[in-house]
Design a protein around this ligand. Structure first.
Ligand code: GLC
Length: 559
């Protein structure tokens, strides 16, 4: 198959900004979590054939690309972010041939395909890690990871005080072949996800090959998992967590295992690989870092083209959004990058649930008993927030199910939960499973067309989702699905205008124009707002009557 998207019928650029602007600068990308999208073979787990069978839903939205969460062979200790073979497909999802068909079918429909690259760590089942465990301390096999002797008289203490992003020590002690306790190894995430040492030439060369493997198969881009974790301060000094017993990765600069400046050299190398290919292959970073300035370092012209904007995702629903937007645009402009807006993913509380809480900034997954959510309020705000996101200059990511307004499922029985965040916190944190419940397609009871009738999906779907299926919302033009489709159609006009200009407004109203003819007004206040008469409403997240925009609503205006 061809690796050239233009040969596959894709325009080389969207033509929406200028005729030469790369496609990713203003693309809308739809995240697919393959386990939970569509199951074709009745095993209760989504697969690539299921996804291929549902591509029409994706094209019906009007998005430009898919980002597919990890699809590689994996023991699934962390939902596939523990990869045991980077050059194949998980047997539950299909085979390499299915990936080829998927890429071709997506391209045929004008959709680009971004896959996930998990390079901070492998699975503990990866042949490299198994070989490292079998080899002696100091061996070449161990230098691909971080193996260290423990502290204390008998090496019984971890080599340093680093904390895992999933809680507890970031080190696990190994057992030597003779049964004695051995060295320790580092894992920024779960113990089943040992960190690779990116100062190793073997590691660098191996990933150059993995990148080429997927670019050769025609993928249009890579989403780089846990990008800021990929370099560590040499010598692995203790971190000063300021008394916190948790990771708090993004909150400070100077963490010896997060956002260390050494990461940038890795991404310059990856960009050089991407440049070997035509068709504007894009690299998008998952980089939760302390400030927009730190983020912009990833976006220098010889590094990654785009990076998710977590500041926007984490911001409270309120006037503070304006500062986040301004800081993002200003910091990205310093390096000539376009912004990448995102409101949800397989890692975050569903938007509808978050925005229905008192503390709307609390994206950290919290106990639902402590943070009850009002679904009607959450849905109203999620509609408004989605229109805001889609009106901003840059690209935007939509997580599967957010186009339906799915809520976070809070009552999954403990024994069915799979997320290591839940298990490692001994149930104190609900984990992310609630955002990963399989898609409801049609029908009035589970499995809602996700899998064969009578089969139980890998996570249970709430019966109440009967009103939130694709089929149900398809029949209702006022649904979230209808809103998203209409907005994506209209967005093409907004996106043609590169700049954003704020209009005078109260602090609790966001009011900006895109060029002469397009305007977006977001009412974050508790009272209605009157819209200027010469402008007409192109689309609104809630009914606008007599020119009045209700609270928690967004309108796009044109003239
Ligand atoms: C990223 C992924 C998340 C995963 C983690 C470790 O944050 O999005 O799902 O648990 O990296 O790979």
């Amino acid at each position: 198959m061809s690796s050239d998207p233009s040969a596959a019928g894709l325009p080389r650029a969207t033509g929406r900004l200028t005729s030469t602007a790369p496609w990713w600068r203003d693309a809308v990308v739809y995240e697919v979590y393959p386990r939970s999208f569509a199951d074709s073979d009745g095993d209760g787990t989504g697969d690539l054939a299921g996804l291929i069978g549902r591509l029409d839903h994706v094209t019906s939205l009007g998005v430009d690309a898919l980002w597919i969460a990890p699809w590689y062979p994996s023991p699934m200790a962390d939902g596939g972010y523990d990869v045991s073979d980077y050059r194949d497909i998980h047997p539950d999802f299909g085979a390499l041939a299915d990936a080829d068909v998927l890429i071709a079918e997506a391209h045929r429909r004008g959709l680009r395909v971004i896959t996930d690259m998990v390079a901070n760590h492998t699975s503990a089942e990866h042949p490299w890690f198994r070989a490292a465990l079998a080899a002696a301390p100091g061996s070449a096999e161990r230098t691909r990871y971080f193996f260290r002797d423990g502290r204390g008289e008998h090496g019984e203490l971890p080599p340093n005080n680093w904390i895992s992003a999933f809680g507890a020590s970031a080190w696990t002690r190994t057992t030597d072949p003779d049964g004695h306790p051995g060295q320790w190894y580092l894992h920024t995430f779960a113990p089943e996800q040992p960190d690779l040492d990116w100062s190793s030439d073997d590691v660098r060369a191996e990933f150059d090959g993995i990148l080429r493997f997927w670019f050769d198969r025609g993928v249009d881009g890579l989403r780089i998992d846990a990008a800021p974790a990929m370099a560590k301060v040499p010598g692995l000094p203790d971190a000063d967590y300021g008394g916190q017993a948790y990771f708090a990765s993004a909150e400070w600069v100077g963490n010896p295992h997060w956002d260390v400046d050494g990461v940038h050299e890795i991404f310059r190398r990856w960009r050089a690989v991407a440049r070997e290919y035509d068709g504007d292959r894009v690299l998008v970073a998952e980089a939760v870092v302390a400030s927009p300035q730190r983020l912009s370092l990833y976006l220098r012209p010889d590094e990654l083209q785009t990076a998710f904007n977590f500041a926007f995702l984490k911001a409270a629903w309120g006037p503070g959004l304006r500062a986040v937007i301004d800081e993002t645009l200003a910091s990205h402009a310093t390096v000539g990058a376009s912004a990448t807006w995102v409101l949800g993913s397989h890692d975050e509380t569903r938007l509808v649930t978050r925005l229905g809480r008192d503390d709307t900034a609390a994206v950290h997954l919290v106990d639902p008993a402590l943070a009850p959510s009002d679904p009607a309020l959450g849905t109203r705000r999620a509609r408004a927030a989605t229109l805001l996101m889609l009106a901003l200059p840059g690209s935007a990511y939509l997580y599967q199910g957010d186009e339906l307004g799915l809520p976070f499922v809070e009552d999954i029985p403990g024994e069915l939960r799979q997320d290591p965040v839940y298990h490692r916190s001994h149930g104190a944190l609900p984990g992310r499973d609630g955002s990963r419940v399989p898609m409801p397609w049609a029908g009035d009871r589970p499995p809602f067309g996700f899998t064969v009738d009578g089969v139980t999906p890998w996570l249970p779907q709430p019966a109440s989702w009967r009103d939130l299926t694709v089929a149900a919302e398809d029949a209702d033009p006022t649904s979230m699905l209808g809103l998203v489709r209409d907005a994506l159609r209209l967005r093409r006009r907004f996106a043609a205008e590169p700049s954003l200009t704020w209009q005078p407004s109260a602090a609790s109203v966001l009011d900006f124009t895109r060029g002469e003819h397009h305007r977006c007004v977001v009412n974050l206040s508790p009272t209605p707002v009157r819209l200027d008469p010469p402008w007409s409403v192109a689309i609104a997240s809630a009914p606008v009557r007599d020119g009045v925009l209700p609270p928690d609503a967004t309108a796009w205006l044109s003239r």
